[in-house]
Design a protein around this ligand. Structure first.
Ligand SMILES: [Cu+2]
Length: 698
């Protein structure tokens, strides 16, 4: 323990395994504390031997007020009120501001919890009252002057019709709820998770306009909750923010290497073909194929390539992994826009090809998707005659059947995903998204439209959490925008998330073990594949904050027919480009080491993990790092072409530390995790992943 002082006030209290004292005295319910465990040296970066340090800042408000449906400022009130009046109308809203100056620059905020002390509730029979937290946007209020009408005593909040007498009450100046809590009537501290909000303020302090807690418009009149304000005479009842963060240890090396922020690209290595289709096999090797030359198996351990000649020309086919780990390749190349009907399977156990019965029609640019029951659907593409193929086909393990009532002409390589309800969600490239129901003879229904008002042609999409899709870039001219959708909602809608620094098409988006998404390659210039706008900088999207960070730049221009693939060792293979659109044939590959490979020692697996696991199974994982693991992720081995991983999805797994390691609970749902090969990653509190272990979920 060090630098730990009481009482809490408006300053930080960095603690190190000192949570208990703080928790007991303040009723703090969260713990974010880390042993001063010894971390062995990172093999690639010995100067990062020091451990990161976990601290907690307890921060009081710099201002607090509640807004009422009048022109009075309640900044000196001892309470902060939410109140419903008349029926179904918001009559009060609580506004709080917190400064983050006590958190050191360079810290990584892992959680932020808002704590408010409930003092009084209505006396009706209603047991609960919902209080949402929102980021304040548009207006930067002066809490010593703001009222229901104005944010600074003079200038009005954005007008809206939320409330009595059209008093704006800040309701048009807040973002979507970041947390929603059902507040009962038991006095005492209540908590809201405001992590994303505080992380955003910390990254961009100019956006810190404070937060707003809203009244419950679902209630009848005169339902309310009152909380202690910063003017409550009892200091321990006042509002506070608890922020858990980590900082690199100050000794012996105070300055982290730039790679810890930017990542690092390898040298450029030769490849025998343009690797424009790449697939991570269950044995950790990578199968690739292109337009010219034999398919190749590349071994990341040795850098060697081995030719594995295929039964047909597989250029521009669709592909995904079957439950048994074999890659099913549907279609192939006759000539541009003319596809083969072939079915070819690659067995990772023998590194050999098998030929299956052909599809009803050829396919050139189709997408394959492994279904929850282990079947695989292929959609779209052009046939032997160059005609669009509107009827999907389903591989049942031995043969194909057509979904004869699901006829629809689709774009090339649809960005398709198995949704939580078991249907296939077609996220694009077209602006309207669609649902394919594969039951019976199949049917399509319309889905929500994306916000970006054009096709996101050659943009990329990933399912970064179960049911949650990020669609980034694409279009002509290319866009830097990105949109997300949550298919777990009953009426999902696309919303914008942060935008990349660079507009891109012909790019790749790659899921990382941390749950973040890496964008690589592409071009920002108009046209199909315009090298004038080649983008070399990688960018990293945080699923937690929705923001992008620009990382290191690679050497080779990689656009149309470029690919990126997460490897079990946590690096990303970036290769391909050319073999089309008159672009140079890039017979090379590069490897990107994300920043997490420079942030200290990696968690390790010390024991055996099975190669086949079952749904809902509890897995015992031997690791000396169990206590420091913050996240366990399951990422489907990639099968990438044309700016899209047809297999890709990430599933976070429940886990708990036990003596000698962890128990990890594998997905129980086949829609959450369709059967097939996945990588299991352990990620520690510094965001550093283990090497992944590949296992097949059956
Ligand atoms: Cu192509």
């Amino acid at each position: 323990m060090r630098r730990f002082t009481l009482p809490r006030a408006t300053a930080e209290h960095p603690v190190r395994c000192a949570l208990l004292a703080l928790g007991l005295s303040l009723g703090l319910t969260f713990v974010s504390c880390q042993d001063e465990r010894s971390i062995t040296e990172a093999p690639q970066r010995p100067r990062l031997a020091a451990s990161a340090q976990a601290s907690t800042a307890v921060i009081g408000p710099t201002g607090d007020v509640f807004l009422n449906i009048d022109a009075t400022n309640y900044g000196s009130s001892a309470t902060l009120n939410v109140y419903t009046w008349p029926d179904h109308k918001i009559a009060n809203a609580i506004v709080l501001k917190f400064g983050l100056a006590s958190i050191p620059a360079g810290a990584t905020i892992s959680s932020a919890t808002l704590n408010l002390n409930l003092t009084k509730s209505d006396a009706t029979a209603d047991p609960t009252y919902t209080v949402t937290v929102h980021k304040i946007v548009n207006k930067n209020p002066d809490l010593s002057r703001s009222t229901g009408y104005t944010y600074d005593g003079a200038n009005t909040w954005t007008q809206n019709a939320c409330c009595y007498n059209n008093i704006p009450l800040a309701q048009a100046d807040i973002g979507a709820p970041v947390d929603t809590k059902s507040i009962d009537k038991t006095p005492g501290f209540k908590q809201w998770d405001v992590t994303s909000l505080v992380q955003g303020w910390f990254t961009t302090p100019t956006t810190n306009f404070g937060l707003l807690l809203n009244s419950d418009p679902s209630k009848l009149r005169d339902r309310y909750r009152y909380f202690s304000s910063n003017e409550d005479p009892v200091a321990s009842h006042r509002p506070y923010l608890a922020v858990a963060y980590t900082t690199p240890d100050t000794t012996p090396n105070p300055t982290p290497p730039p790679e810890a922020q930017l990542g690092q690209w390898s040298a450029v290595f030769p490849a025998p073909i343009v690797q424009l289709h790449v697939h991570l096999l269950s044995d950790g090797t990578v199968l690739s194929f292109g337009r010219i030359g034999d398919p190749q198996v590349w071994d990341p351990a040795t850098g060697g390539f081995t030719a594995v000649p295929s039964p047909a020309l597989l250029f521009c086919a669709g592909h995904d992994f079957l439950p048994d780990g074999r890659l099913l390749v549907a279609g192939g190349h006759i000539s541009d826009d003319h596809g083969l009907p072939n079915t070819d399977l690659f067995d990772p156990a023998t590194h050999s090809w098998q030929v299956g019965p052909a599809m009803a029609r050829g396919r050139w640019y189709p997408t394959n998707t492994t279904l929850p029951d282990g079947e695989m659907v292929t959609v779209a593409g052009r046939d032997e005659a160059g005609m669009l193929v509107p009827i999907p086909e389903v591989w049942d393990g031995t043969n194909w059947r057509q979904l004869t009532t699901a006829s629809r002409a689709l774009e090339y390589y649809p960005r398709d995903f198995v949704a939580p309800d078991g249907r296939v969600f077609d996220a694009g490239e077209e602006q309207p998204s669609r649902w394919l129901d594969v039951t019976g003879t199949g049917s399509w229904t319309d889905g929500p439209r994306r916000n970006f008002s054009a096709w996101r042609g050659y943009g990329s999409a990933v399912m970064y959490l179960p049911g949650k899709i990020l669609y980034v870039g694409g279009g002509d001219p290319p866009t830097n925008t990105a949109e997300i959708i949550d298919l777990n909602q009953s009426n999902p809608v696309w919303t914008y998330t942060g935008s990349m620094a660079y507009a891109r098409r012909q790019m790749n988006a790659t899921l990382l073990p941390t749950g973040d998404v890496l964008a690589t390659g592409g071009t920002s210039a108009s046209g199909f594949n315009n090298a004038a706008g080649a983008v070399h900088a990688a960018e990293l999207w945080s699923a937690r904050t929705g923001t992008w960070t620009t990382l290191a730049s690679n050497a080779v221009t990689r656009m149309y027919h470029s690919t990126s693939l997460l490897l079990p060792d946590g690096r990303v293979l970036h290769t391909g480009s050319g073999d089309g659109a008159n672009a140079p044939r890039e017979l090379s590959y590069e490897l990107f080491s994300p920043p997490y490979l420079f942030r200290g020692a990696r968690p390790t697996f010390t024991g055996f993990t099975p190669t086949v696991v079952g749904y809902g199974q509890t897995l015992n994982v031997d690791t000396p790092d169990g206590a420091s693991i913050a996240k366990v992720t399951f990422i489907r081995t990639g099968s990438v072409t044309h700016a899209f991983d047809q297999a890709g999805r990430l599933v976070p797994l429940a886990f708990s530390p036990v003596s000698g390691g962890l128990t990890v609970t594998l997905p129980a749902s086949r829609t959450t995790a369709p059967p097939g090969p996945y990588m299991l990653f352990l990620v520690n509190a510094n965001g550093v992943p283990s090497v992944g272990r590949i296992m097949r979920l059956e």
